[in-house]
Design a protein around this ligand. Structure first.
Ligand SMILES: [Zn+2]
Ligand SMILES: [Zn+2]
Length: 216
């Protein structure tokens, strides 16, 4: 490994204190927040290095929770949703308290069971502006909302669109018992083709002030 600065040394891995869990560059980790009432911060480790006094530091790229974003948590955000931000930091490796897995949206929706360590990410997030990439996503159902993987949806056999039971006047229990489902458009005679719209996910407001960086 190439030396970066005098006294600094790149490390292949770091073992989380008191565990046998090994963290390498590219892994996602939970980091202890300064305020212990808060949930742990989630970050992706970019680099691990030690200084000349053997203090191990990690260069991390933060994931933001929806409530930490400028636009806040919205109805279509999943409970385990994270945004990969453009906000980097160097932290002491001692603040790492565990590892986690940040899945792609597609893989997350295929998980049989969602464990405490499972998260997903479908957006990149610009911390300064609150903007998302991609900034539009497909919408579903009559209510034209992006998919929240926490909500049960049923697929129409006609148009193949997905629907919330509540938007179709059904309970979750009724929807679970369905063998076949046709939405109200497909079960009526007129077959006008529905176009799939998209939904803007970035806040429209201009960035006014540089948002305060969170204290870590
Ligand atoms: Zn709906
Ligand atoms: Zn339909």
């Amino acid at each position: 490994m190439a030396k970066t600065k005098p006294g600094k040394k790149d490390l292949e891995s770091y073992t989380i204190k008191g565990t046998n869990k090994v963290v390498r560059a590219g892994d996602c980790v939970l980091m202890r927040p300064s305020d212990s009432d808060k949930p742990p911060y989630v970050a992706r480790v970019e680099k691990i290095e030690s200084d000349n006094r053997n203090n191990v530091k990690v260069r991390v790229r933060w994931y933001y929770r929806p409530e930490e974003s400028i636009g806040g948590r919205r109805q279509f955000h999943g409970a385990k949703e994270l945004f990969l931000s453009d906000h980097y930091d160097v932290q002491s490796a001692h603040t790492i308290e565990g590892k986690c897995i940040v899945h792609s949206f597609k893989n997350y929706t295929k998980l049989e069971n969602v464990g405490a360590e499972d998260y997903f990410c479908r957006f990149e997030y610009k911390a300064a502006t609150g903007g998302f990439t991609p900034d539009r996503v497909a919408v579903y159902c009559k209510c034209e909302m992006p998919y929240n993987p926490d909500d049960l949806m049923v697929q129409c056999e006609g148009c193949k669109d997905w629907f919330h039971p509540s938007c179709m006047g059904m309970s979750i229990e009724q929807a679970k018992k369905l063998d076949h489902f046709l939405c109200s458009d497909c079960s009526s005679e007129d077959d006008d083709k529905r176009s799939r719209n998209s939904y803007p996910v970035s806040p429209l407001a201009e960035p006014k002030v540089e948002p305060k960086r969170r204290k870590r």
